[in-house]
Design a protein around this ligand. Sequence first.
Ligand code: FES
Length: 165
Amino acid sequence: MTRNTATPTPALPEDVRAEIDALRPRYPTAEALVLPALHLAQRASGGWLPPEMIAAVAAHLDLAPAKVAAVVSFYDMFHDRPVGRHRIRLCTNLSCQLRGADELLEVLAEELGTGEGEVTPDGRCSYVQFECLGSCDTAPMMMVDDEYHENLTPDRVRQIVRGLG
Ligand code: FES
């Protein structure tokens, strides 16, 4: 006798299911609905998408989990690991690097006491290096949440980080 040992697919929270279903008439295909569905799921799970949540979105839309996971990994707006309330993206591409991004990266690590991609113990911040954010003429720069901070200096980075609530 064989037993089915496959892990059951987790279900989406009922309110998320309802929100996704309410959007269905506005999207021609399940693939088109993936982005808003993932936004809703991410918001419901504390700002990131654990594997069970990705699988649950895939199951609800009747899509392959790998397909939905690929969308998550492609877009910077989705997170497959916990992130801080404030997300810092420090550009370390060429223009920013030539104008001191490496030192700014050290300042971030010192100020926050965490490594890249880690969340501060109070949940306040996480930071990552980023490829060009399209503001090379004001290098070095970083993005905090949706805001650009340009022509940065180490002191200015300290000031910005200390001001994040
Ligand atoms: S290299 Fe940093 S914004 Fe372009």
